[in-house]
Design a protein. Structure first.
Length: 198
């Protein structure tokens, strides 16, 4: 308290939530008219990459009043574990990008990028001549930068986040190679291979 008795200096304690400031005196309790907003902070998250549906642990502070988590601009399901931890699931349609946490006190964006790993569910037809269109189905295809058949780059069109149309490239090798080495690559994400083995 200052010398005139008109001001108090204090520090914001750990695990504080956004809300009114109260001062307790022998005469009673005083509450502020406006809330004090506790700004959230994100210090880390793990894992740093994964497919849609991956559960990501987000660590930081002042997370108790979290109202939303997004991967890029896509809202994600989440659960508040404690004031310093949230778990969130990489949502359908998420792209490689940042993770943002919104609370009653403000918004915090994690440093670093969560890299969405693509997944191939299947492709059709499974064999054919060079130049035949092939439809590839899976997830997280929006940011595709390359499609290869047996290591040979092929032309492709991204139809949606779950579908690509490509053309089997020249010098593909035999049919088994095309089936076992069909790949889709995304920016800075692990490359996936399609195998016919169970």
């Amino acid at each position: 308290m200052n010398s005139t008795g008109t001001a108090i200096t204090t520090t914001v304690p750990a695990e504080t939530t956004t809300g009114p400031v109260q001062v307790v005196t022998p005469s009673g309790t005083l509450s502020s008219n406006l809330p004090f907003r506790v700004l959230p902070a994100v210090s880390s998250f793990a894992p740093t990459h994964g497919a849609i549906g991956t559960v990501v642990t987000i660590n930081g502070q002042s997370l108790t009043q979290t109202t939303g988590v997004t991967f890029g601009d896509v809202p994600a399901a989440f659960a508040v574990v404690s004031d310093s931890e949230i778990t969130a699931m990489a949502p359908t349609g998420a792209l490689t990008g940042s993770i943002t946490v919104t609370t009653a006190g403000g918004v915090a964006t994690a440093e670093g990028t969560f890299r969405v790993t693509p997944k191939i569910a299947g492709f059709s037809p499974s064999s054919g001549p060079v130049g035949m269109p092939v439809t590839i189905n899976g997830q997280s295809f929006t940011q595709t930068t390359a499609v290869t058949f047996g290591g040979v780059t092929a032309a492709f069109t991204v139809n949606s986040d779950t579908e690509i149309t490509s053309h089997s490239a020249n010098r593909c090798g035999d049919r088994q190679d095309r089936r076992d080495q069909h790949r889709v690559a995304l920016p800075q994400a692990p490359r996936l291979s399609r195998s016919t083995k169970p």
